[in-house]
Design a protein around this ligand. Structure first.
Ligand SMILES: NC(=O)c1ccc[n+]([C@@H]2O[C@H](COP(=O)([O-])OP(=O)(O)OC[C@H]3O[C@@H](n4cnc5c(N)ncnc54)[C@H](O)[C@@H]3O)[C@@H](O)[C@H]2O)c1
Length: 145
């Protein structure tokens, strides 16, 4: 299964923000959309990603105020992205080894979607369930002969 197949099922929506808004405003957007991270996109270019973890570690734990801190001050600029043709197990490797929960999907420098840890786990569970069902019907079909 590829990233593109995940996107086909979950949708190509991208929730993004500019870097010059406050962290509070970004959190409000995340709350409204019920998501844990937003992409920072300016002039059609992916500049960074802001997650709930960034807020917890770079604002709360540093005794900063979200209404006085701007997104560009705390966003993660070291973006780990995937391509639509990448395999789902490659995504799981990145999520596990790079300790990220959201992977922007980039093609020809354009952001075409985002996949989260939940999307990847859900798809892997579905794949494994299909394999089990297939093996189950094979075993029972063989036994019946
Ligand atoms: N049943 C499902 O299909 C499904 C899919 C994903 C997550 N979940 C559940 O949601 C909870 C949180 O999920 P999570 O940790 O994966 O992260 P999350 O809450 O950030 O993501 C939830 C969904 O929003 C999408 N999303 C996140 N940020 C986005 C953005 N900036 N632009 C566009 N879409 C964005 C993700 O791709 C995912 O489909 C978990 O409990 C998880 O199990 C369920």
């Amino acid at each position: 299964m590829t990233v593109n197949q995940i996107l086909t099922e979950k949708g190509y929506d991208i929730h993004s923000i500019p870097s010059n808004i406050t962290v509070y405003e970004a959190l409000r957007i995340m709350g409204e959309r019920n998501i844990g991270a937003v992409l920072v996109i300016e002039d059609n270019l992916l500049k960074g990603i802001l997650s709930e973890r960034d807020y917890a570690r770079k604002v709360v734990l540093k005794n900063k105020a979200s209404k006085e801190t701007f997104v560009h001050e705390i966003m993660d600029e070291e973006i780990i992205s995937v391509h639509p043709n990448d395999d789902i197990y490659y995504c799981m490797d990145l999520i596990t080894n790079k300790r990220v929960r959201h992977l922007p999907v980039v093609e020809d420098s354009n952001v075409v979607g985002i996949v989260s840890i939940g999307d990847v786990v859900k798809s892997i569970i579905e794949l494994q369930k299909n394999t089990i069902d297939h093996l189950d019907s094979y075993i029972h079909g063989t036994k019946a002969k």
